[in-house]
Design a protein around this ligand. Structure first.
Ligand code: I22
Length: 319
């Protein structure tokens, strides 16, 4: 009998939300997503300490000053984890930019191109690499430049709304990743439960919107808290699951049926036409998206800085 994981894979491309390349092996996935939390978790494991040492060495050999040593080391940590992950997943690894670049278009583009070049210097073609950027106005413009001018695949993270979706779709990004579980938690925390699973509903609306207007952008469900949430968005383009949920789907029986709109063309969603001012206004009107964007960018950046501090200590000790 097919497992629930196999059933899910029939209708949704299932990928892994982890940098633990050893743990992914049993699940035969084609792609893996990382973020600063995930990279810090793996970089802190004793079995992956060699990656940190190799990256520090690279940073020290290439950095012309302290700032460059740290920055090059951080980028190389991501590249080395990416390289190991690609030995297992074969198709694509998603690497997130320094969260502090969230509001800077030119620095985001520059840093993304630098990371893609570092992969290519290690023999990895840019088609195997996806750059993750936040769904801020600036992140979306940076992704537009990367996709259109440099053919770099982009995945838009910290995604909570149709406003962000519409801007990302027009920017021609490859993927966008609504945070299913985190959206619903927000409604719970604010005691504003509506009786619906808001994260699931937003993902479904986003998927319908992209299919109705024939955008190339793929929806990747992310930030799942439990198996029910994953089952409720089965049929969306992709879902990125932490190892615990991959294991849960491989071992336990979860009902899996296509939950996406059967006829997206007939939906009454209208195309959102946005410029910067309209985007910012609609975000301002959306308390959930505005709060979560700020909160999660902060969480990502605090983890990024924590790893940077570990790197700074290592650099000091090796002097
Ligand atoms: O956005 C993507 C994929 O594009 C995910 O990696 C996303 O960052 C994660 O699902 C969430 O941030 C949850 O990650 P974590 O807190 O479990 O590490």
């Amino acid at each position: 009998m097919a497992t629930s994981l196999e059933a899910l894979k029939e209708i949704t491309q299932v990928i892994a939300d982890t940098a633990d390349f050893v743990a992914i092996k049993p699940y035969s996935v084609q792609e893996a997503t990382t973020n600063p939390i995930i990279i810090l978790q793996s970089a802190s494991l004793p079995q992956y300490k060699n990656i940190l040492h190799k990256a520090v060495q690279y940073g020290q050999n290439t950095g012309r000053n302290n700032k460059e040593v740290i920055e090059n080391t951080m980028d190389m940590i991501n590249v080395l984890f990416g390289e190991e992950i690609l030995k297992v997943v074969k198709y694509r690894v998603h690497i997130q930019l320094d969260p502090r670049l969230a509001f800077n278009i030119s620095l985001s583009v520059e840093r993304a191109l630098k990371i893609v070049k570092m992969f290519s210097e290690r023999g990895i073609d840019k088609n195997h690499v996806v750059i993750k950027l936040p769904s801020t106005w600036e992140g979306i413009q940076a992704a537009n430049i990367l996709e259109k001018n440099h053919h770099v695949n982009c995945n838009m993270t910290t995604m909570f709304s149709l406003t962000q979706t519409a801007a990302c779709a027009e920017a021609g990004v490859s993927y966008l990743a609504p945070f299913v579980g985190r959206i619903s938690l927000w409604y719970k925390e604010k005691s504003r439960e509506t009786g619906r699973h808001e994260g699931v509903e937003i993902l479904k609306t986003i998927q319908t919107y992209l299919r109705k207007f024939d955008y190339r952008t793929k929806v990747m469900g992310a930030y799942f808290i439990n198996a029910e949430e994953v089952g409720a968005v089965a049929g969306c383009d992709l879902a990125t699951l932490p190892v615990a949920l991959l294991e849960d789907f491989a071992k336990n029986n979860h009902p899996v049926t296509d939950e996406m709109a059967k006829d997206p063309k007939s939906s009454n969603l209208e195309k959102l036409v946005l410029d910067e001012a309209r985007f910012r206004w609609l975000m301002n009107e959306d308390e959930m998206a505005t709060e979560l964007l700020a909160e999660i960018l902060g969480v990502f950046s605090s983890h990024y800085i924590e790893l940077e501090n570990i790197v700074k200590e290592m650099v000091k000790l090796s002097k």
